[in-house]
Design a protein around this ligand. Sequence first.
Ligand code: FEO
Length: 170
Amino acid sequence: MLNEKVQDVLNSQINKEFYSAYLYLAMSAYFDEIGLHGFSDWTKIQAKEEVDHGMILLDYIIERDGEVKLSQIDSPERNFSNPLQVFEKILEHEKYVTESINCVAHMSDDECDLATRHFINWYVAEQVEEEANARDVIDRLKMFGAEKTSLYHLDKELGDREYVYHSYKE
Ligand code: FEO
């Protein structure tokens, strides 16, 4: 049986992961609107990964004989002005998610739930990668983002991203 406090933070994390998917889909639509279809594909694939993150949490709660409680998902913001600003928002959001994952880890420690502490380590590592990915694109946009040819090439590169199903059990 899953500890109730741990279950609450896991359910809250499900909501944050699905909100993340919504946010990335809003960004994907923005990129399509301004003709950056590679950026759009990249953010759409990220949205799929966020759904995976939410589903893995959901499956874990069920596996631990806990109760899944799904709450309302907020509408994502839509105030986007340029690719650099979007990726800065991505990094800011992923830092927020990292803090939230860290809180799940802390709660697991506090409640002596070693199974969840082990489970959530996969997310801790995943967040390092997600922040690094956003930072990498920010660095390159700052370096040459105002130059249209470079933006064209970066758009093509980001469009090559392929969706890979994520599982903490692999
Ligand atoms: Fe699932 Fe981007 O955090």
